[in-house]
Design a protein around this ligand. Structure first.
Ligand SMILES: [Zn+2]
Length: 300
């Protein structure tokens, strides 16, 4: 099967997906790698109605397009707009706001908003995450704007995000209610292998007690301006925070607390696939497999 070449760029994308027929063919290849099958009766005796970009099952006479039963089915948008939106969201390290997407694709804000939320939902890997191992850094950060008349330290309007990252590997992010021992320990338990070699954090006391007989816990003392001691530091996860904050400042002006978990999922997906040359294809595959989420459910 002919996949798009690794490290696809915009000219290659246009060459490959520049018209609707090419997009349909690509989607059909991804969806039915062993040949088109009837979504109703599974028969593989299919004739092609090329003019209408449809197929007809010779057994049950069902007529269908490659979009049927996928997220693309209820959307009137041409596939190339879906693909271009997906490509842009995959490629941009910091993500793309609905407003940016609206301008780039020449679609309405509502359409751009729908696309970003749909594509983001497809990037959600909840329930399929492997446990982090070896050396894992854990840290938390505050997300949310300043409030007029309140100082920098004011946190009443902020949301706490906790992150764990395996050195040289994947990151896991989550929203937590408070920086308490229970919340932090639960997060670590959920995402980090019990037998992991070491967990590195700052000296926030709520982390105390995460070591056990096969896992070391080492800390750097940020209050005493200690940032690195040998290989003990939390610089990797702090790099993720700076990316997260730049993207929120840069493109997500009104990112609400409600949509933050979905946005963290998007960031995770992009970050964890940073070396995957087939990121675009793999994201389209997830779109094919993702359930259709009606617009009214998104805005509820
Ligand atoms: Zn059939």
């Amino acid at each position: 099967m002919s996949n798009p070449k690794p490290n696809m760029n915009l000219p290659k994308l246009i060459e490959r997906f520049g018209n609707e027929d090419k997009c349909h063919a690509y989607l059909a290849e991804l969806r039915w790698p062993d040949g088109v099958a009837c979504p109703r009766c599974k028969s593989e005796k299919i004739s092609t109605l090329k003019k209408y970009r449809k197929y007809e099952c010779s057994k049950c006479e069902y007529q269908f397009s490659v979009r049927v039963g996928t997220i693309f089915h209820d959307s009137k948008l041409p596939l190339w707009k879906w693909f271009l939106a997906t490509y842009l969201i995959c490629q941009s390290k910091k993500g793309i706001s609905s407003n940016q997407l609206k301008r780039m694709l020449g679609v309405s804000y509502k359409t751009a908003w729908y696309l970003t939320h749909r594509i983001r939902a497809a990037m959600n890997t909840e329930g399929e995450k492997a446990l982090l191992r070896e050396i894992v850094e854990v840290d938390e950060t505050y997300i949310g704007g300043k409030v007029r008349g309140k100082g920098h330290g004011y946190r009443g309007n902020k949301t706490i995000v906790v992150g764990a990252i395996q050195r040289g590997g994947d990151v896991r992010l989550a929203v937590i209610k408070e920086r308490s021992r229970r919340e932090l320990h639960d997060f670590i338990e959920e995402h980090v292998d019990d037998r992991t070699e070491a967990i590195f954090t700052d000296d926030w006391e709520a982390y105390e007690g995460i070591a056990d007989e096969n896992t070391l816990h080492k800390t750097v003392n940020h209050r005493r301006k200690e940032w690195v001691r040998g290989n003990v530091h939390t610089n990797t996860v702090e790099g993720v925070w700076s990316l997260l904050k730049r993207s929120i400042v840069g493109s997500y002006h009104k990112l609400s607390a409600k949509h933050l978990p979905a946005y963290l999922g998007e960031m995770e997906w992009r970050f964890n696939n940073r070396e995957n040359p087939f990121l675009f294809r793999d994201t389209v595959l997830r779109l094919i497999g993702s359930e259709n989420l009606p617009y009214r459910e998104l805005v509820a």
